[in-house]
Every structure is written in C-alpha cells, then in structure tokens.
Design a binder for this molecule. Structure first.
Ligand SMILES: Cc1cc2nc3c(=O)[nH]c(=O)nc-3n(C[C@H](O)[C@H](O)[C@H](O)COP(=O)(O)OP(=O)(O)OC[C@H]3O[C@@H](n4cnc5c(N)ncnc54)[C@H](O)[C@@H]3O)c2cc1C
Length: 275
C-alpha cells in the first residue's frame, strides 16, 4: 500500500473500469480499480461537485448540531447555568439539559433540537422563535402551585425564594419586575409569571460559528448506495464511508459510529474480493 501525504483530491473520473484521481496540483493521476470516498462532511455544496459530476445525487449539505444565539444581555449574564428544560421550536419539543451561554443556549437539548430541525432552521436563516418550559409542568399546575405559595408564604419576597428547583439567579431573571412580597402579587402578575415559567419566548437570531459545528446533514443520497457493501449503485467499485453520506446523528458518538461502521462494511466488501 502507498500512503500519499498532502494529497487533496480535486476530481475523479472513470474510464472503462478504471478510476483516475486528480489532485489539486494536477499531477499525473492515480489510477485505481476501486475507490473508497471518505472526505467527511462539509456544509459547502461545492465540495461535492466531483461526486455530482460522477452521477451521484447530493442531498443539499447543511450544518447540524449547533447552538442558538439569543440577543438578551440579562440572559447572557446567567452563562454557566444548566437546568433540565423542555424546548419547543418548529412544532417540536425536546426535553433535556439546557445550558445558558454568553451567546444564548446550548446543551444536549439544544443540540438535539438543532439536529432534528436542521433543515427548518437553515431555511429560516437561523432566525426563529423558541419557547422554553423551565419547570416541565403545565400552566394550570404551575399557576396552582404559585397560588398556594402566595397564600402560604405571603410575607416572603418573590426574588429571594426560587421555586421548582430553579437556580436563584435564573429565578430572579424569570421573576424580574416582581421585587415585592408574594402576598402583594396580583392575579395577572401570577399568571404572567406562570406563563414565563412554562413558556418563555425567545428569538433565535443565529447559530454558533462554522468551526464549532459538529456535523453536516446531507451528502451523498443513501438511495444510491448499497448498504451491505457501501458501494455506489450508480458507479460500480466506488465505495463510500462516513459523513460524506447523507447521515447525521445526535451527539453521543453516533457520528463516529456511523463513520466506523460504514468504513468497516466498505473495507470488507473491497478486500473480500481481493483475497
Ligand atoms: C469539533 C467536532 C466535534 C465532534 N464531536 C463528535 C462527537 O463527540 N461524537 C460524534 O459522534 N461525532 C463528533 N463529531 C463528528 C465526527 O467527527 C465526524 O462525523 C466524523 O469524524 C466523520 O468521519 P469521516 O471519516 O467521515 O470524516 P473526517 O473525520 O472529517 O475525515 C475526512 C478526512 O478527509 C480529508 N479530506 C477531505 N476532503 C479531501 C479531499 N478532497 N482530498 C483529500 N482528503 C480530503 C480531510 O482532511 C479529513 O482528514 C465532531 C466533529 C467536530 C468538527
């Protein structure tokens, strides 16, 4: 086997049963009977041009697994706080750990939402509304709990006593404007606070920078790949592995696993015929 360093593939052509691989410097092409394509994922469609030219359909590549930017200086001051919450966006709900950052929201629940709704978020130019339920309860449940608290603890100050297990600084953010005793809170204020606790509304105005993105959704269409061999159904002896395929998973190692498993299947197919 020959290992070529600093080799950047620019184009592949197939003539008769042989592949001709051209690099960026346009040196003499490498000639091969079989090729395994594993350049990873790139959210720039131009990187897939040579695969498209070979006859493969490319599902438009877009970023997945990104964090949400929110313009709210008071929220940013809470960076580092993590709670279990339920996020709603694009009519989908995700429950799990939510991390407040210096730019907005991150954490497993946000990354999962970004993966599930990567196409919708891309189409919205990463500007879309989200709702956060900080308590996991329903509006009637939370309102009832607050009403009971008001009756029982009327002399206590609202900001000083976080409820529902929320961190104190987050509680103070959510109850801002209520610097008074529980007993002095009006019915409307109680309802508004309940609504904020179960459905705080935020506008996402962007996502994390490109280099922080973890994975690309889209790539070589799976319909055109024989999954038993990871071989192209369009061009025999052309194999695929990893993120170049239209596969993207949630965080937790699923993308690595997809890359390893597809590479293993492809290598078995390639070398089984050699032996
Ligand atoms: C910051 C970060 C964190 C991540 N964390 C996780 C995680 O925790 N869990 C998880 O499951 N996944 C994670 N991922 C995703 C995971 O790394 C990828 O899904 C996986 O590495 C894909 O493997 P691959 O071999 O297909 O591509 P890559 O690992 O991207 O390898 C592709 C290789 O091909 C080379 N290449 C590309 N184009 C050409 C060309 N034209 N010519 C020659 N060489 C080329 C590249 O330089 C690169 O070395 C993370 C990704 C990033 C960026």
């Amino acid at each position: 086997m020959c290992l070529k360093k600093n080799y950047f593939l620019q184009n592949i052509q197939k003539k008769d049963s042989l592949f001709y691989l051209y690099d960026r410097k346009k040196e003499t092409p490498i000639i091969a009977e079989k090729v395994l394509v594993a350049p990873g994922g790139k959210a720039d469609p131009r990187h897939y041009q040579w695969l498209h030219d070979l006859g493969h359909s490319i599902v438009p590549p877009i970023p997945s697994l990104f964090t949400f930017h929110i313009e709210d200086q008071e929220l940013h001051k809470l960076q580092g706080i993590s709670v279990t919450a339920r996020i709603q966006a694009f009519s989908t709900e995700v429950e799990g750990p939510l991390l407040i950052t210096h730019q907005g929201f991150s954490g497993p629940s946000v990354l999962k939402m970004s993966a599930l709704k990567a196409r919708e978020a891309f189409a919205s130019n990463y500007q879309f509304p989200i709702r956060i339920n900080w308590t996991l309860g329903t509006l009637p449940q939370i309102l009832e709990a607050l009403q009971e608290w008001k009756v029982r603890e009327g002399k206590k100050m609202v900001p000083s006593h976080p409820l529902f297990g929320l961190p104190k600084r987050l509680w103070q953010y959510l109850s801002q404007g209520l610097n008074k005793k529980w007993g002095e809170i009006t019915k409307k204020e109680l309802l508004d606070l309940s609504k904020r606790l179960v459905a705080s509304e935020f506008e996402v105005i962007g996502k994390s920078m490109f280099k922080e993105e973890f994975v690309t959704a889209g790539g070589v269409s799976l319909k055109e790949v024989d999954f038993r061999r990871m071989e192209s159904k369009i061009i025999p002896s052309l194999f695929f592995a990893g993120e170049v395929l239209d596969i993207d998973g949630l965080t937790g190692g699923f993308n690595f696993q997809a890359a390893w498993s597809t590479a293993w299947a492809a290598s078995q197919a390639i070398f089984s015929e050699e032996r």
